[in-house]
Design a protein around this ligand. Structure first.
Ligand code: ATP
Ligand code: MG
Length: 381
């Protein structure tokens, strides 16, 4: 008898021809997550199993964060032909409980000498005979004791909910614009959760943004990299572009024009990363640059589609998500972002495209973009 983690995935993704591919990727991702605690990971009968971790609690914590994992169960595994051992294991699992239970047996081995109702009845009786404090309730039990007869027998009580989604690497590539704020790490995480391989771009404006602001972004990146299965961050210098916009464009339009330059640069990074989309942390109406009109003007500067997974979220909802992901604390550190310097007093909330284009005609866009990209620094996390 030994403890085994059973890892379950969301069934809907497993229909059709993609199933073996999906499963292989999931096993790969679980193996990666398990590296610090060793352990064995294998696929059997369309289930992922994990055993022999040096720290089982840590293994559970790590696996429940792997995208594609729906839930996991700490179960005991034993030979299915020793029915007494199965019954004893059932008693051991319920030993410290007090209340109602129900046995729920499933057989994938249909040649097993007992059928599921017989297994339920036998184990139920045995538990009642050994643990007088327990009662059976088949309609609304406090504890559901699962017994699975596969090539081995598995017993468990409570499935542990996991993050869900799809394994990273099964759904293309995207580049997200990572600021030091609360929103963009959540946005990147949400797209990655759908199985997308992520890379990030961050714009920094030294000397107006400090070394500590940069460290904050790298810290956010390293927190995310566990779930994202590694992360490459492109650090792109943005000072010259901001200075020129500040100098030459209408003050109410500096923010929106700056946003458009960010899109142009992010596009370059995305092409280098073979990404198929850009991702930002914007949500409708949060600030002047996130009104419907502003978003329209921002998008016009990007070739690739721009995904905004937080578009309908309130700030409070984003904060709750950031807390769960583990980025909130770092995001809340008070360092400046390039967006917060040179902020106009009255940023246009309904920017006009002709005024934007007039402003941008004062700038040598190609040269500015090329110069910024030449100063790019890449950090692997
Ligand atoms: P966040 O909390 O993500 O910083 P925000 O509410 O501060 O969002 P803005 O500053 O308007 O919003 O930025 C909107 C989006 O633009 C961000 O979510 C992020 O995707 C991107 N962005 C902003 N600043 C930067 C930056 N310095 N580098 C990279 N991307 C940025
Ligand atoms: Mg920001």
């Amino acid at each position: 008898m030994r403890e085994v983690l059973q890892v379950r995935f969301s069934e809907i993704y497993l229909k059709g021809l993609n199933r073996p591919y999906f499963l292989r990727m999931l096993v790969e991702r679980v193996k990666q997550a398990m590296q610090p605690v060793n352990g064995r990971v294998w696929l059997n009968d369309s289930r992922v199993y994990v055993s022999d971790a040096t720290d089982v609690d840590e293994a559970v914590r790590r696996i429940s964060k792997v995208f594609g994992v729906h839930s996991l169960c700490r179960s005991v595994e034993m030979p299915k032909n020793d029915f007494q051992a199965i019954q004893d294991a059932a008693v051991a699992l319920l030993h410290d409980e007090n209340g109602t239970f129900k046995v729920q047996a499933r057989r994938s081995d249909k040649r097993y000498p007992m059928d599921s109702p017989a297994i339920n009845a036998e184990i139920g009786h045995y538990v009642l005979s050994q643990l007088p404090q327990m009662k059976v309730d088949v309609h609304d039990p406090q504890i559901l004791l699962n017994v699975e007869i596969r090539d081995q027998a598995y017993l468990y009580t409570k499935p542990i909910p996991a993050v869900g989604g799809m394994p990273v690497g099964t759904n293309g590539r995207a580049t997200f614009l990572l600021s030091g704020g609360i929103d963009s790490p959540v946005a990147g995480w949400m797209v990655a959760k759908r199985g997308v391989t992520m890379s990030a771009v961050h714009f920094q404006s030294p000397p107006y943004t400090s070394e500590r602001a940069r460290d904050k972004v790298l810290k956010l990146g390293s927190i995310l990299s566990e779930s994202l299965c590694g992360l490459r961050i492109h650090l792109v210098p943005f000072t010259e572009i901001q200075m020129q916009i500040h100098e030459k464009c209408h003050p109410d339009y500096t923010t929106i024009i700056m946003r458009r330059y960010m899109m142009r640069l992010a596009n370059k990074v995305a092409y280098a990363e073979r990404a198929q989309a850009l991702v930002t942390g914007e949500s409708i109406g949060q600030v002047a640059s996130q009104t419907m009109q502003s978003l329209l003007c921002t998008d016009a500067a990007a070739d690739l589609p721009v995904f905004r997974p937080l578009i309908g979220f309130d700030k409070q909802e984003i904060i709750e998500r950031a807390i769960k992901i583990g980025t909130f604390e770092t995001s809340s550190l008070p360092f400046e972002d390039c967006c917060t310097i040179f902020t106009p007093r009255h940023p246009a909330t309904k920017p006009k495209m002709d005024i934007i284009l007039e402003g941008e005609s004062m700038l040598d866009t190609d040269a500015l973009v090329a110069q910024a990209m030449a100063g790019e620094e890449i950090v692997e996390l």
